[in-house]
Design a protein around this ligand. Structure first.
Ligand code: ADP
Length: 172
C-alpha cells in the first residue's frame, strides 16, 4: 500500500464567491459545508470588473462576524485564478451552491475550467435549501435599495450594514 502523508486525511475546502453581501443562502451552504470538511475557507473574489456595493474588506468583515460561531471557517479573499488559489491553500475541494438549472449551466463551465487548470481539486456542489432557492445578493440589494424588508434574507449584522450603505450612497 502506498504510504500517505500524515495529514492526508485533513480535508480543506474553498467556498469562493462575491458575497456582496453574504445572504442566508450563502450561510446555509457555509454551515453545511463546515460540517463536511476539517477546514473551510470562504474566499471573496476580488474582481475589479464588477461594481460591488461593499468593498472586499467590508464583505470579509461581515462574513467574519456572521461565521464567528463556526470555528473551522476562515475568511479570506483572492485576486488570482481560483485554480491557483486553491493549490496555494493546499485545498482539495471547491464548494459551490446550486439554486437552479440556470446556475447549473454556468457552474458546469466553471467546474470544467477549474478541473482543467487544477486537476487535483474537485468541485463539489451543494443543493440550495429550497427555502433560499430564489435568494441572491442582487435580489437583497434591490429590496434594500427600495427600503423593503430584508430581515429574513440576511443576518442582522448584514441587514444593518445594508441600510447604512444604502443611505450613505443616497447621501442621507
Ligand atoms: P458568484 O459571483 O461567484 O456567483 P455569489 O456570491 O453570488 O458569487 O455566490 C457564491 C456561490 O454561492 C455560488 O456557487 C452560488 O451559486 C452560491 N449561492 C448563492 N446564493 C445561493 C443560495 N440562495 N442557495 C445556495 N447557493 C447559493
Amino acid at each position: 500500500m502506498k504510504t500517505q502523508p500524515k495529514n492526508s486525511t485533513y480535508r480543506v475546502a474553498v467556498y469562493p464567491g462575491s458575497f456582496d453581501p453574504v445572504t442566508m443562502g450563502h450561510m446555509d451552504i457555509i454551515t453545511r459545508a463546515s460540517k463536511q470538511f476539517d477546514h473551510l475557507i470562504v474566499a471573496v473574489l476580488n474582481n475589479l470588473s464588477k461594481n460591488p456595493l461593499f468593498t472586499v474588506e467590508e464583505r470579509k468583515d461581515l462574513l467574519r462576524r456572521v461565521t464567528a460561531h463556526l470555528p473551522n471557517v476562515e475568511i479570506d479573499s483572492f485576486r488570482d485564478l481560483l485554480a491557483n488559489y486553491v493549490r496555494e491553500k493546499d485545498a482539495q475541494v471547491i464548494v459551490r451552491g446550486i439554486r437552479s438549472i440556470t446556475d447549473f449551466e454556468y457552474e458546469l463551465q466553471l467546474a470544467s475550467t477549474n478541473h482543467k487548470l487544477n486537476p487535483d481539486a474537485e468541485t463539489i456542489f451543494m443543493m440550495t435549501n429550497p427555502k433560499y432557492s430564489y435568494l441572491s445578493s442582487s435580489l437583497v440589494k434591490e429590496i434594500a435599495h427600495f427600503n423593503g424588508d430584508t430581515t429574513d434574507l440576511v443576518c442582522p449584522e448584514v441587514d444593518i450594514a445594508l441600510r447604512q450603505k444604502i443611505s450613505e450612497r443616497a447621501g442621507k
